[in-house]
Ligand binder design. Sequence first.
Ligand code: FE2
Ligand code: FE2
Length: 283
Amino acid sequence: MRLLLAGDTHGNLGHVRRILRAAADRGIEDVFQLGDFGYWEHEQSGVRFLDSVHRAARDHGVTVHFLDGNHDKSGLIHRRYGDRPDDEGFLRVRGRIRYAPRGHAWTWDGVRFLAFGGARSVDKDERLKEEARRHQKAARKEGHRLAAGRPPAEVPDYAGTLWFPEEEATDDDVRGVIAAVTAASGGTDVLLTHDKPRATRPGTNRKDLDICLPNQERVQRLVDELHPRLVAHGHLHHRYTATLTRPRATTRVEGLAADPGVSWGLPGYKVSDSWLELDTVTL
Ligand SMILES: [Fe+2]
Ligand SMILES: [Fe+2]
């Protein structure tokens, strides 16, 4: 089985279409996107994005899988679709779009996969401030309406529209996943994450900040305990390959670049660095 792994897409429909074309050109039927996909179904633009991705994927004969990045409102996925996982345990957001919940493990062609989304937003404070600013603006507008004798209307509070409290994994998440995967299959072959494992040292790392390290440590714990042969992740918006050598296993780490919308101007950026072919036979 061949997959096309894809880095952050951030709701960039043109880029997702490009990825789908790249998959179809290679005869690949499954794309796995590594978070910051653009799941914003709380906004009309997010609904349109999902509908358009579904249609484009169907036209190319491709299914899109994704895990949650820090900029995907994954709590809403669980509220809307969490009660009906499909036959492989994915949540079907659209006919051709499947979400892999944090800690979801499955097997394709005898290869054990584990998805583990989440990361810390470096711009969390700005996003919270913007939510508060929008609320204050709406409250002022409502004040003017009431002063003009209009009937009262609800003031939206905007909490959870730009920053999502579920963005980071927890230590309990990690402990639970390690226990479940170890009991079920002894480990994993491919670990798909949004965040990087702590131990890699990419040449460019915009997330090398103290606030980002706890979640990187969680991913690292999964690597150390579950011994994947391959880890692929997004989030850094930077393409690199690293090897982590430990007594029990050697792990190849592939960090993928992101869509051009956030990447023009990054040194050495190439659009094709935002995807990577994975063949389960030659893993
Ligand atoms: Fe991103
Ligand atoms: Fe991210």
